[in-house]
Design a protein around this ligand. Structure first.
Ligand code: URA
Length: 192
């Protein structure tokens, strides 16, 4: 089964799972979207209002900024796959709770296994904590971490959440610099 078919099957399973804790309050499942053959996977936090209405990740204001940031790294959105830590919108856009993160985590793990990315870009502290539990984002944003995840070597690059950059000009400047540097990291990887 190719990746596209596997992801569709997983999405169908997720749609049918009534035990997912945020399902009742949400309009749509936001499974993820993008290039199913991508070697770069971006993981955000959770859907906001526009994502809940459309079923697509990062299509609101934070998503528009993410598109621009990706371009700074020489990446078009269609070259990456984008998903979230939780796939239904938390009420009032609150932060996801630990039990919610673990309930959606079993599906996220499968998305990661299917995409099998070389590079994971985490957006915000929740997705960062999945791979780098003991760090603070202020100390590590934009840095490259070679880690083993479920027996596979992956590179994790933690970034600030674009919504944080929309709120704070200093964070935005740091994030822009991080994405320019990401472009350099990615071109070095290509020539290595
Ligand atoms: N913020 C996120 O973390 N994910 C989205 O899909 C949209 C906004």
């Amino acid at each position: 089964m190719d990746k596209y078919t596997q992801l569709h099957k997983l999405k169908d399973d997720m749609e049918k799972d009534d035990l997912l804790p945020l399902k009742k309050g949400a309009s749509k499942l936001v499974f993820g979207s993008g290039n199913t053959k991508a070697s770069i996977l971006c993981i955000g936090e959770g859907p906001g209002r526009t994502e809940d209405a459309t079923g697509l990740p990062f299509v609101g204001q934070a998503g528009k900024l993410l598109d621009k940031l990706l371009l700074l790294a020489g990446l078009e959105r269609k070259k990456v796959f984008i998903t979230n830590i939780v796939h239904h919108r938390p009420p009032e856009n609150r932060d996801p709770l630990p039990g919610e993160i673990s309930a959606y985590g079993k599906y996220l793990d499968k998305i990661i296994e299917i995409i099998n990315p070389r590079v994971v870009i985490t957006l915000g502290r929740y997705s960062m904590a999945k791979f780098l539990p003991d760090v603070f984002i202020s100390g590590v944003h934009g840095k490259k971490f070679d880690i083993k995840w479920k027996g596979k070597n992956i590179i994790v690059i933690p970034m600030y959440h674009p919504a944080a950059s929309l709120r704070n000009g200093k964070v935005l400047e740091a994030e822009k610099a991080d994405f320019v540097q990401l472009g350099e990291i990615l071109s070095k990887m290509k020539t290595a």
